[in-house]
Design a protein around this ligand. Sequence first.
Ligand code: BES
Ligand code: MN
Ligand code: MN
Length: 496
Amino acid sequence: MHIDSLLTSVPYSESSSRGELLLVYLPENKGMKDKISNYIDTHKDRFLEELFELLRVPSVSADPKFNNDVRQGAESVKDSLIKAGVDKAELFETAGHPVVYGEKFISEDLPTILVYGHYDVQPADPIELWDTPPFEPTIKKTSIHPDGAIFARGACDDKGQMYMHVKAFEAMISTDTLPCNVKFMIEGEEEVGSEHLADFISEYKEMIAADVILISDTAMIANDTPSVTTGLRGLCYLEVELIGPNIDLHSGVYGGAVGNPINVLSKLIADLQDENGVIKIPGFYDDVQIVSEEEREQMAKAPFDLEEFKSGLEINDVQGEQGYSTSERTTIRPSCDVNGIWGGYIGDGAKTVLPSKANAKISFRLVPNQNPDKIQKLVADHLQNIAPKSVKIKVTPHHGGMPVVTPPNSIGYKAAHLAMQDTFGKAPIPKRGGGSIPIVALFEQVLGLKSILLGFGLNSDALHSPNEHYGLFNFYKGIETIPRFYHHYTKLFAKN
Ligand code: BES
Ligand code: MN
Ligand code: MN
């Protein structure tokens, strides 16, 4: 089959009343739209039931207790790909959790889209804060999701979003409208840093070769404000242990004369940032790419309601680096957070003790062109330098990831823009994301491919938190938008 037989015909154009980008549909495309919409309509209840089945599997990658469930999650994704119509799908073993790989080949003349997603989820803890059990998906209405949202761990991050791709693919296969080749690579270790995926992509470089990578694992601005993610922050994560006296001491007998590791750790942490929210580690900002005033102005046009942001979180004020807006603080600027801190006596009542040890997990979100390995060394050296001699300090690095940006002039980005505009009826806004997907930078390094971050979640969907959810609107909109991405991409690819 040649691409021309799929794509050529007399085009007609449509322009929106808001004067946005001109949409050009080929007649086949128009037919595809109706066929896909009808297919979704006819099968929407089954789509949801199938997603529920996947959500019931507690595929928590961080906790070995769930290893069998993680595997069951992988098997379930594989089966769903086979049912949807791939030529083949299999599990690939890694030193950690398996990768699900599947593909559908049509023609050498057509482009290949590699879909990446993850079937693993974050731990559900603290479970007592969930209103409904995390692995029993439940539909409830919320003010942001008046049509209902699916409440379950992984509903948005990323099973719900990943599954949209499986169902969009099924819809294209079943309506005979798949315009290009597709490969699926769905991993089970994203939430623990994708440690073994780097080896996998190097080893199977040829198998997963593609023209573009498509990922739905990010958020849009709002359900009436579609956006396409144009970058992600990187991550540097480390654990610090301070060791003081060789044993927990009586704080009356020794207090005031022996360094208390918790006191010292608190001071070290407090000293990481100054009163303007600037990180005080020497060299930390050296590689930070300065975003031009022009670009900042452009970014500031994305709607953001600070009052809504604060009231949603029930906080009276925001906090961060002086001179930057809240949106900028979470996207184009790095940040530092203590993720956990422990030590000493935390039981009932009061125990007078000068503890022997104190620990903290500290993470830094990074922006282009900061490098996690370099930052980790800067942080470790800095902590060693400023820690008083009264304590020993041990710094253990964890997984990290490089920041990424997606240029909006690529045909992948254009296809994403057109697809979103098509289904939402308005042009999507380019927006950087604050979270991290470590493998995206490796896709660039190893495969030379940029990823298109076409996410349909919302930041308010409680990712990683109790009561994580995903809007039904978002789920079905995603299934509708993905086939259009395929079509726009294939057309733009042919023109290139
Ligand atoms: N899907 C998220 C990343 C994300 C969320 C990007 C929202 C943009 C907007 C992903 O599953 C995630 O949670 N990543 C981790 C990284 C990691 C190494 C565990 C993160 O960002 O903390
Ligand atoms: Mn995710
Ligand atoms: Mn996540």
